[in-house]
Design a protein around this ligand. Sequence first.
Ligand SMILES: [Fe+2]
Length: 573
Amino acid sequence: MNVLGINAYHGDASAALTVDGQLVAAVEEERFTRLKHDTSFPHRSIRYCLETAGLRPEEIDHFALSRNPRANLGRRVIHALKDRPGRQVATKRASNLRKILRAKATLAEGLGIVESTLHAKPHFVEHHIAHIGSSFYVSPFERAAVLSIDGFGDMVSAMWGLGEAHHLKIGGEVTFPHSLGVFYTAVTQYLGFPKYGDEYKVMGLASYGEPEHLDVFRRIVRNDGLGYELGLDYFRHHVEGATMTWDGGSPELPPLWGPAMERDLGPARGDGPLEPHHQNVAASLQRRLEEVILAMLRQLHERTGLDDLCLAGGVALNCVVNGKIFDETPFRRVYIQPAAYDGGTSVGAAYHVWHQVLGRPRGFVMDHAYWGPEFGDARMKQALEDAGVAYAELPEPELLSRTADALADGKVVGWYQGRMEFGPRALGNRSILTDPRRAEMKDILNARIKHREPFRPFAPVVLEEATGDYFTKDHPSPFMLMTYPVRPDKIDEIPAPTHVDGTGRLQTVRRDQNPRYYGLIHAFRERTGVPVLLNTSFNENEPICCTPEEAVETFRRTKMDVLVLGDRFVEKS
Ligand SMILES: [Fe+2]
């Protein structure tokens, strides 16, 4: 039974394929089109999924979109009548809905077949049901509390409940115009970061400031247990809409913040200098988000009585909040799959069909993120030869040994292996790695390759068994979705990936999750005594490198010292 899940016409378009309930492939469209957060119909992702499974389009039994235009129809109609969004927004929204409803025709078109030969039965899965499904159904938990939080999907911004075996019991939701995702995005825009997906920059900035404006932020979002409301004076989406637009790929959101934001917090930053005031606004925003989410979680724990939690939705990428769950709520175990954002809803939509429509029991756990494309040894070799790059082909022990030596010598290493990661983080197959002991590595990486804002931290990867030796908590974080304080006595040992507030957004890795990556960190530990590396994504500013050619090109274009491409070791002279 082959089920294709699709996230289309929404940020981070993606496809995922399950065969008899096992995930076979999952990938975001941006990895192929090279347009960040590509929002189109994910034709290339779908073709990749089918090729990976060795299936013809005619063999898809079901396909599921992670949107349901009929969900909350009453609320949509009331909104359209009451708030009268601008003509352009209304037209755009109507056109999106039409596109979603004719997805089968679009799918057939993209696959180059006649629609009548496509036997797949279409399903429309409400957005947050897909988010929750993308986490709970692939989690290791038989029963768990579930919570999804994002901007909006199908008019809803948060949904919670309880997952048990292959069933979800939805306990409640928060609907338009109230949204924690919109809250965070609006203030991100106000702080002068207008691009889709810039929220994580503000999360990094927040560590530099003090939450001096918490009183204002408690008016911007009011909360009560599991519910929350926005102070609508601070926003404009309830009048002008929050409909995403995209011309040829990358999504854009209209300005979401309203006049009360400048009244209470001063003029918006625009492209002016970043001042301590902006850091304090970011810190207040982050603190308020934490207060609201942690209160929701405490309430959810009380209602469900369960110690295991599954999180999803774009807001679940806020690893600073996630890292506080263990200290500030009774939850003891947390699962968040690597693509917690909209890209992951393709997985949730597919599993919704498998469990809810087809009634099949659970039987799959997503315990690694490597569901994307791989290109094989011959293609990697060819990429190097076409670029005229000299390489040494090494057996694994020597490959790991030479790479660990290079890292310990302070070299910047591009590390390209196997299948690409699903989700926004590079987790050891498309990574740039460096020595975490050298404080200057952050500036070196920024000057030579990444060119990021100086306030943004780089992240550590640690052998899972050593997590508690370096961090104050040891709950695994395999998908780099937890931020923990670095143990005070270890901050001087790993300064490069330690943030200004003494924390690290860590990835933990076990040998069975990625043997070669684990082996490399282990080899580094043998040389230095430190079971940690600095890990950042293999790219400059574009989407993470997907193909070997892109990796070789990035290596040549930037001041990277070493490239490890599969079994091949390349060092710049
Ligand atoms: Fe979402």
